[in-house]
Design a protein around this ligand. Structure first.
Ligand code: AMP
Length: 426
């Protein structure tokens, strides 16, 4: 039997209704913060990710789904969204203003990772980006958006972890000192970190391996190396967070897995999720646009894992429970009279044309099983058409919620819908 590829999954009803509910919620909250939707291609030139996420990162080195197209171009399924947003920003000349631009996106990302609970090979992210603002107010604004999403979904007890990784100028010295310290302890580092040591020593700081943790425990942090400008930003950023009552914890080992970050980095974690408890991660990326060939433009944003948000919601105080109902189910009595299913089918299209959701049974089943089906679909009304109704040119309408049943003339169905159905809707 053919199965979905490892690390991917189908989203079936009723789970798909929860996804739709979440997506609507994300669009609503984004609107409140004045973020506009951007949709970029699912695949890009591989080079885009090498030049932004970074060639020495796990994402680019080990996890990208790359392929050549028939013309020999090197392409990659996008492993994340920020690089594409930055590429589009440059390609469409948005640096010319007006700035800042505030975007959000929703879409699938692809990473060849070891699948486990909360970690997949195709997963969906919601991301938000502000391009063209170096202000720490923008750092806080994206964090407020993130926190507000979690609150909206009833997730209490989230923890905001923050850190700063400085700018290329102050980080260079820190990087050098890290390399010389870590080199002395090389044999105590895990295999991955031994490889990372020279190329990406900051990543050693967030390795979860206990022996690496021990090595990095007493190390100086980036905070001790910040240049004046990065220090000012860091202080102001925390001041603004406190002014809007957002609690945070400084986590000096938080460095994030993507090379384009500068200054602020953050994660929002929800401890009950266990091992994969990061709901979202983000930070500032002031050099990214320039690195990709654009006019120097600062930026800040985050990406949130939608599978994680949904599984957190299931465990949270207000699990997403979208009420799925159908306005009408049209039931036709089984008989030799071909007119009945035909009239039923016309009634279905009429009700849909009036703006209602409506369904019917194409399988010619008994009245009883059609009623059962209507019940399963949570239909508010059932319209029954049989020999009797046909003779009188009426339809029997039963309210499944209130239990009453009445006959309505087929040519007065519009009035009935307006008075009884739409009225009951609002
Ligand atoms: P990143 O793009 O690595 O900064 O990740 C941002 C967020 O996306 C994480 O906090 C997770 O919620 C989610 N995420 C990242 N990788 C995966 C994955 N393989 N499967 C599911 N969610 C993921």
């Amino acid at each position: 039997m053919l199965k979905a590829p490892r690390g991917t999954f189908d989203i079936l009803p009723p789970q798909s209704h929860k996804w739709a509910f979440l997506e609507n919620k994300l669009r609503d909250v984004s609107k409140k913060y004045n973020f506009e939707e951007i949709r970029t291609p699912t695949f890009e030139h591989s080079e885009l990710f090498a030049r932004s996420v970074g060639e020495t990162t796990d994402i680019v080195e080990k996890e990208m789904y790359t392929f050549k197209d028939k013309a020999g171009r090197d392409l990659a399924l996008r492993p994340e969204g920020t690089a594409s947003v930055a590429r589009a920003f440059i390609e469409h000349g948005m640096a010319q203003g007006p700035l800042p631009r505030k975007f959000f996106y929703i879409g699938s990302m692809f990473r060849y990772e070891k699948p486990q609970a909360g970690r997949y090979r195709e997963f969906a992210q919601y991301g938000a980006e502000i391009l063209g603002s170096a202000s720490p107010y923008s750092d806080v604004e994206v964090i407020m958006l993130a926190v507000s999403i979690a609150e909206n979904l009833g997730l209490t007890g989230t923890k905001l972890l923050i850190n700063t990784i400085g700018c290329p100028a102050c980080r260079a010295k820190y990087r050098q000192d890290l390399i010389s310290y870590l080199s002395q302890q090389r044999s105590n580092l895990c295999e991955d970190c031994q490889k990372r040591l020279m190329r990406n020593p900051l990543r050693v700081l967030d390795c979860k391996n206990p022996s690496c943790r021990k090595v990095t425990e007493g190390l100086p942090s980036m905070l001790e190396y910040l240049c004046n400008e990065c220090e000012r930003h860091w202080v102001k950023f925390r001041e603004i967070l406190s002014s809007v009552d957002i609690e945070y914890e400084v986590d000096k080992s938080l460095v994030r897995g993507l090379d384009y970050y500068t200054k602020t980095v953050f994660e929002l974690v929800w401890p009950p999720l266990g091992a994969q408890n990061a709901l979202l991660g983000g930070g500032r990326y002031d050099g990214l646009i320039e690195q990709l060939g654009g006019k120097p433009t600062p930026g800040v944003g985050f990406a949130m894992g939608m599978e994680r948000i949904l599984s957190a919601s299931e465990k949270g105080e207000r699990p997403i429970r979208p009420v799925e109902e159908l306005d009408f189910f049209v039931v036709t009595q089984k008989s030799g009279n071909e007119d009945i299913p035909q009239r039923g089918f016309l009634l279905v299209s009429k009700l849909r044309a009036l703006g209602l959701s409506c369904d019917f049974d194409p399988l010619d089943r008994s009245l009883k099983s059609q009623m059962k089906h209507a019940d399963r679909l949570n239909a508010r009304f059932v319209a029954i058409l049989g020999e009797e109704e046909l003779k009188k040119n009426v339809v029997s309408i039963k309210s499944m919620k209130e239990g009453w049943q009445k006959e309505v003339a087929l040519d007065a169905i519009d009035t009935f819908v307006q008075e009884e159905v739409c009225h009951a809707n609002y």
